[in-house]
Design a protein around this ligand. Structure first.
Ligand SMILES: [Zn+2]
Length: 222
């Protein structure tokens, strides 16, 4: 190996520039100042590969994170970026968020809810489908709704006045989603799961969170 082929490490701490990247804290992309950059460059004849490691700080919220980039190129040509990585990983914008009131749900219901969202956000659609069904089952169990099967128990939720009849109809459709996952082992689509969770969210709101909010309203005056 000739001397020119040895990797060269360069560390820069001043005037290292700016990067417009997604912030770990602020929503969306923000200007970041590069605090330290370590570059490892290997040259073979007129081709090179370069790995850059940067400690970056958001100009808005001052959060510090890490940016890594690998590129290759030939002299006189623009380099080709092979990978760009941010640490810690930025949150997926399409990730499903938990309902605001989820911390006030009964423990078992809340656990199933959190795990279902975790499964959905990590692409585990079969488990997410089963989770949505388990969520409905857990509400029925907690509200002591009896019935030989989930269909009867959903009707029971409506009979007990926990749900309106239209809402019960939506929940029946969730049954099919859960059956598809649990019995047919078919992965529901992301859209099906997302709509399913909308309906489940609505059930949680009606069954637990709305009543609590209503308590805070003044009762009708005499
Ligand atoms: Zn920021």
């Amino acid at each position: 190996m000739s001397e020119a082929e040895l990797p060269v490490l360069d560390i820069a701490t001043e005037g290292t520039g700016k990067r417009f990247i997604e912030c770990v804290q602020c929503p969306g992309e923000r200007w970041h100042s590069v605090i330290v950059r370590a570059t490892i460059k290997t040259e073979v004849e007129n081709a090179f590969s370069e790995d850059g490691y940067e400690v970056v700080r958001c100009d808005g919220c001052m959060s510090v994170s890490f940016y890594e980039r690998s590129s290759v190129g030939t002299a006189g040509e623009p380099s080709i970026v092979l990978k760009e990585v941010l640490h810690p990983p930025r949150r997926d914008r399409n990730a499903r968020k938990m309902n605001d009131g989820s911390r006030r749900l009964p423990e078992q219901v809340g656990t199933i809810y959190a795990e279902t969202i975790l499964a959905l956000n990590n692409g585990m659609s079969l488990l997410a489908g089963m989770g949505i069904r388990a969520l409905v089952e857990s509400v029925c169990k907690h509200k002591r709704i009896k019935g030989r099967n989930l269909k009867e128990r959903i009707d029971g939720l409506a009979d007990a006045g926990i749900l309106g009849s239209t809402e019960a109809k939506h929940l029946h459709r969730l049954r099919f989603l859960g059956n598809k996952a649990a019995h047919e082992m078919k992965q529901p689509s992301r859209l099906e799961l997302s709509s399913g969770l909308d309906v489940a969210d609505h059930l949680l709101m009606t069954a637990y969170l709305l009543a609590e909010k209503a308590k805070r309203l003044p009762s009708r005056g005499r």
